[in-house]
Design a binder for this molecule. Structure first.
Ligand code: KG4
Ligand code: ZN
Length: 340
């Protein structure tokens, strides 16, 4: 076994390492979740995250080698998330990758975390360029045309909160523990979305931009007006999920029209990022793609949320496209847009 790419992901609250080959075969996928360290605080605490990454990074990388039955002799490149994300965590992964690349004399790739989410569908489903991408995670909500490796056009982005943030903040208001989005989806299954009428920000407006902060504010108001009655929680959860779904469908419909006009008549529509784990949202977006003549692709759930496979895979794509590695003086980027 040779030519494996080591991927490292440390931009939020997962310390992850993976080994992937150039053909996209996953040899190891280790994820250490810091959930229990952040749970008492109701959200990710950057200082705690950075320390936990620093504590765990060595063990997680070793576990990836053990899982693959490989040693550092079997790798040909090292990739780490270089941003965007919580800077303390990104620094830990970056330093680990640079140190290994230096010691082993291997190329180093600083990977944009968003590009990791964006290109996962090529690894899992062999999706061809160009494609339309909805990226919905805890920190980002963007709609992009993906023309090729490192080549994106931004169609729309959130004007305020990300979709996952709206899920997480609303879950917290309703008293749900972390992980907020997944717990809210579970709660919503027992609710009636029609019992509360929440707004659909940006719907029917031209363009593809999103907005979620007004939605969260409306949920807080409805929750407080109802005396914070626990009986309302499932209905509010269902109403929020429905509203976010409607907003995403509306914006993606506009994006599909623009993509058809500017890029190609037909292509795949890829949904990536943690919010793509939501079954209601996933199903509605698939229905939209079917209706609009786009192929639909959402990576399997375990590769939708943060992982290091996607980071190693971006390096594989860069190497495949003949793009050069990253200089070792790369400075981690708390903000790093895929396209403007
Ligand atoms: O991509 P990801 O793992 O991390 C970021 O890069 O942000 O996405 C995490 C986000 C969180 O906001 C989480 O609440 C949301 O994805 N999420 C969900 C679900 N599972 C995760 N949102 C709605 N429904 C879910 N089932
Ligand atoms: Zn992510």
């Amino acid at each position: 076994m040779k030519n494996l790419i080591l991927g490292i992901e440390t931009s939020c609250d997962e310390t992850a390492a993976a080994l992937v080959d150039a053909g996209g075969r996953i040899h190891a996928n280790q994820i250490f979740s810091q959930l229990s360290a952040h749970q008492p605080h109701g959200g990710v605490v950057p200082e705690i995250a950075a320390r936990a990454h620093s504590d765990r990074i060595g063990a997680v990388i070793k576990a990836a080698f053990d899982e693959a039955g490989a040693t550092p002799k079997n790798i040909s490149a090292i990739a780490a998330t270089g941003g965007p994300g919580l800077i303390g965590g990104v620094l830990v992964g970056t330093v680990a990758a640079k140190a290994m690349a230096t010691a082993l004399n291997l190329p180093y790739y600083a990977v944009n975390h968003l590009e990791g989410h964006a290109l996962t569908a090529r690894l899992t489903h062999g999706v061809k360029f160009p494609f339309l991408l909805l990226l919905v995670s805890g920190g980002h909500s963007q709609i992009l045309a993906v023309h090729g490796v490192g080549n994106y056009t931004l169609y729309g982005t959130t004007l305020d909160d990300a979709a996952g943030e709206a899920f997480d903040k609303s879950a917290k208001v309703l008293g749900l523990p972390m992980p907020g989005g997944a717990n809210l989806e579970h709660l919503a299954q027992g609710g009636d979305a029609q019992k509360f009428d929440l707004p659909r920000p940006m719907r029917k407006k031209p363009g593809c931009d999103l907005s979620f902060s007004g939605l969260k504010t409306a949920l807080v108001k409805a929750w407080e007006d109802g005396g914070k009655d626990a009986a309302n929680a499932p209905h509010l959860a269902a109403a929020l999920q429905e509203a976010i779904k409607d907003c995403l469908v509306d914006r993606c419909r506009n994006a599909m029209a623009r993509f058809r006009a500017e890029v190609a008549d037909t292509a795949d529509f890829v949904v990536a990022g943690g919010v793509a784990a939501n079954q209601v949202i996933r199903t509605s977006l698939k229905d939209l793609a079917d209706a609009e003549g786009f192929g639909f692709c959402a990576p399997p759930l375990e590769l939708c949320t943060d992982n290091a496979v996607m980071i190693a895979w971006v390096a594989a794509e860069y190497m495949g496209a003949g793009l050069p590695p990253t200089p070792l003086d790369f400075a981690p980027r708390p903000r790093w847009a895929l396209a403007s």
